[in-house]
Write a protein that binds this ligand. Structure first.
Ligand SMILES: Cc1cc2nc3c(=O)[nH]c(=O)nc-3n(C[C@H](O)[C@H](O)[C@H](O)COP(=O)(O)O)c2cc1C
Length: 414
């Protein structure tokens, strides 16, 4: 199903003939860029939960670099090429998606948004873009698949092979066709901002948290109490083949997938078991990318986890050209820091086949549920379309490095 949108007032483009118009609330209409959702979510969410979503690790060097790296590139547009019918669709892993971006996996979505995973999944289905369900999620993966038959599932490795086999079988039985394995969390990143803000998983009830609930009544009524009343206490549902610990608990310890021992053997094991598409997420070194391809991955995602793991880890855009060169046979995707249509164009120009966006969709789901996510997708879609037209690129296939003016130290890579 396609959507037509109420225009934001500044967009001047032809609308597609199919679909119904969506009228957004005033709050969502007032969001004019992805960054605008953050401010709204900051007000809406209890501080520890906002900090959890927004934060990086330690000095936040990678978090900052993920954004600033896009300014190292400028665009050189072409004109007079007829851009009245820009085509943003992309063939990826056997499916034609409507847009060159999708929704990255994010844990505990049902904490920061009511039925967060389902909201993200169903908005992605409407817009025909991919959405990855996090393994650290609170809604059974079987239920999320009902909301989006094309959702991808993202797995953290359980510690034992038997657990990997059982979870892979559960994902297959639920009907998922694309499995993403995140490899950049061998141990937890040093999220000292979470500790300072009083956030942990499971969430520990405290007076401080109760005060946050009182001072954020919309979240308390609309997400927390509504979830409790309708669905009961959320649990970690998808780290394993079996249900995990409750989200709120004074004493329970999360049975975290202890991935410190993992190596390429586990990827090969899953490759043998999994007949669908297999993606490895979280790579930054061309040697690892080549290894993933050699192990039979159907695609890789260059990512530093949104600056949430190794502080100082390179911004994915910086290492992208080297990885594309090392990994010519499979699609190379990218996430971390993508916020604008021009960011999407720059990543594609540097060789990414596709990009993913994390936090802005979390903020949009927090403040507006499914409609919020649709609004966020619309804004980025409008930007991609407009920016492609302004750059004189009529289709995604027209975007190559010729659209970039190489700057500073990166000129040798372009
Ligand atoms: C709140 C939050 C939770 C996340 N949880 C996961 C996760 O469970 N699995 C995973 O592979 N990546 C996770 N990530 C990383 C994202 O998938 C993605 O790599 C990152 O958010 C992209 O950067 P961006 O937020 O700057 O767009 C999480 C990110 C955020 C913000």
């Amino acid at each position: 199903m396609n959507h037509q949108y109420v225009q934001s007032g500044t967009v001047d483009r032809k609308e597609t003939p199919q679909g119904a118009r969506v009228a957004y609330s005033r709050k969502l209409e007032s969001c004019l860029s992805l960054d605008d959702f953050e401010l709204a979510a900051k007000r809406h969410l209890p501080t520890p939960f906002y900090q959890y979503v927004s934060g990086g690790t330690e000095t936040n060097q990678s978090l900052r670099s993920n954004r600033s790296v896009f300014s190292d590139f400028e665009l050189v547009p072409r004109f007079m090429v007829g851009v009245d019918n820009v085509d943003t669709s992309v063939d990826l892993l056997g499916h034609r998606y409507s847009l060159p971006f999708g929704i990255a996996p994010m844990g505990v979505a049902a904490l920061w948004a009511y039925r967060g995973d389902t909201a993200l999944a169903s908005a992605a289905a409407v817009e025909n873009i991919p959405m990855m369900l996090s393994g650290a999620s609170l809604i059974p993966l079987e239920d999320v698949r009902q909301a989006n038959q094309r959702a991808w599932f993202q797995m953290f490795f359980p510690s034992e092979d038997a657990g990997i086999v059982a979870l892979t079988e559960r994902v297959r039985a639920a009907g998922y066709e694309t499995l993403v394995i995140t490899v950049d969390c061998p141990v937890n990143g040093n999220r000292e901002n979470n500790a300072r803000a009083g956030f942990s998983t499971p969430v520990r009830p405290s007076l401080r948290l109760a005060w946050q609930g009182i001072t954020h009544p919309r979240w308390t009524a609309g997400t927390f109490l509504r979830t409790l009343l309708t669905h009961g206490m959320p649990h970690f549902e998808n780290n394993h083949a079996h249900r995990g610990v409750p989200l709120f608990s004074a004493s329970a310890q999360r049975d975290l997938s202890a991935a410190a021992h993992a190596d390429w053997r586990q990827i090969k094991l899953v490759r043998e078991l999994w007949k669908g598409k297999l993606i490895v997420k979280g790579l930054l070194d061309p040697r690892d990318a080549a290894m993933a391809a050699a192990c039979g991955a159907d695609g890789i995602i260059v990512s530093n986890h949104g600056g949430r793991q190794l502080d100082g880890a390179a911004a994915p855009l910086r290492v992208l050209p080297g990885i594309v060169a090392a990994c010519p046979s499979i699609p190379v995707m990218l996430d971390s820091g993508v916020r604008r249509g021009t960011d999407v164009i720059k990543a594609l120009a540097l060789g990414a086949k596709f990009v993913f966006v994390g936090r802005p969709f979390a903020y949009a789901a927090s403040v507006g549920g499914r409609e919020g996510v649709l609004r966020a997708i619309q804004l980025l879609k409008d930007e991609v379309q407009r920016d492609m037209a302004l750059a004189g690129r009529r289709s995604v296939g027209d975007i190559d490095k010729s659209v970039l003016y190489p700057l500073r130290a990166y000129s040798h890579q372009v």
